[in-house]
Design a protein around this ligand. Structure first.
Ligand SMILES: Nc1ncnc2c1ncn2[C@@H]1O[C@H](COP(=O)(O)OP(=O)(O)OP(=O)(O)O)[C@@H](O)[C@H]1O
Ligand SMILES: O=P(O)(O)OC[C@@]1(O)O[C@H](CO)[C@@H](O)[C@@H]1O
Length: 307
């Protein structure tokens, strides 16, 4: 089974307007809401790619109810832990540029966290655990490291998509897969990484630490996938970006789906990047047909080892 964990889900509120004037009343030209949070997005994209998963994490209040209702209508299994307080609202502003205001999580108690750990104590070999998104301030920052370590002991595969301290700390627990974007990769090593080639030495360090798959995305400038034996570069398809919220999550979902389908590594990498681009080129999330069509536009170059 695939389990996604979203410690900090959200109701994503998207607003579109020509221009934002700070200090003035701005009125949206269109708006809509959607369930959000990185793990939840991975579950939603997986479903569109033809894979069932169970979404875990903490939800609360009217916003939490909304998140749960929508994803259950999409026929995604959920086993959320209900907390006191409302699931946050994240505002996504699409104007001349995309801007985001992400809210704060409700309080997660020690008891809430224990419940999650109990759920994850049932993980077994062959299961996939996706830990994605920010860590609420009331949860220890080592949480991903702890959960990853325990899941790896149970022989489950662990996919991580996070940033900052939670990401830095989880590396020692040797997750199966990580997907930093190039800024997040730079943050891990306190350097600035702008071009794919510049990322290679840092990616190799992560692989040497025992992470099986390191996938670094560079938005529209391609992506790198490294394993202990291979270093691959994928171009990204050309298209009009309509929404980049969830594009990174779609890359993770695409790679999980491809692994479940036992695709060869290069095809899995193509499928993952195509999933990200299919979401970026849509107003909603990627659809499988669209992903397959976009794989035709992706070429994988072999950068060899040590290049
Ligand atoms: N301009 C673009 N053209 C084509 N594909 C894109 C573009 N921008 C993003 N993507 C797709 O989205 C993926 C993830 O993009 P990015 O590197 O920005 O990651 P991220 O920061 O994790 O994403 P997110 O915006 O979801 O936080 C890319 O690998 C690519 O597949
Ligand atoms: O605040 P976090 O947990 O880092 O990110 C949360 C979030 O921005 O990520 C998703 C897109 O990747 C959105 O659905 C959601 O609002």
């Amino acid at each position: 089974m695939i389990y996604t964990v979203t410690l900090n889900p959200a109701l994503d509120y998207f607003v579109q307007l020509d221009q934002v004037n700070l200090g003035a009343v701005n009125r949206s030209e269109s708006d809509h809401k959607a369930p959000g949070g990185k793990g939840i997005n991975v579950s939603r994209v997986l479903k569109r790619l033809g894979h069932q998963s169970e979404a875990l994490g903490f939800i609360g209040g009217f916003t939490g109810k909304y998140v749960q209702e929508v994803i259950e209508k999409e026929d995604i299994h959920t086993n959320f832990i209900e907390v006191n307080g409302d699931t946050r609202i994240n505002v996504k502003i699409k104007s001349q540029k995309e801007s985001e205001i992400n809210g704060r999580s409700p309080e997660i108690t020690v008891g809430d966290l224990e419940q999650l750990k109990n759920q994850l104590s049932l993980l077994k070999e062959g299961d996939v655990l996706v830990l994605a998104g920010s860590v609420p301030s009331t949860i220890p920052v080592v949480i991903y490291e702890t959960l990853c370590h325990e899941a790896r002991e149970r022989k489950a595969e662990v996919y991580i998509d996070s940033s900052g301290e939670p990401m830095r700390k989880v590396l020692g627990a040797k997750p199966t897969f990580i997907k930093p974007n190039h800024h997040e990769l730079g943050e891990l090593f306190s350097v600035e990484v702008t071009k794919p080639k510049e990322a290679v030495p840092y990616i190799q360090k992560l692989v040497e630490q025992g992470i099986q798959y390191v996938l670094v995305s560079f938005a529209g400038d391609g992506a790198i996938l490294a394993t202990k034996d291979q270093l691959l570069f994928a171009n990204t398809p050309k298209g009009v970006v309509k929404n980049s919220v969830g594009a990174g999550d779609s890359v993770v979902a695409g790679f999980v789906a491809a692994q479940k389908e036992k695709m060869p590594l290069k095809d899995a990498f193509k499928f993952a990047v195509a999933s990200g681009s299919a979401t970026a080129f849509s107003t909603a999330f990627a659809k499988r047909e669209q992903v397959i069509a976009l794989t035709e536009e992706i070429t994988i170059s072999d950068w060899g080892k040590g290049e």
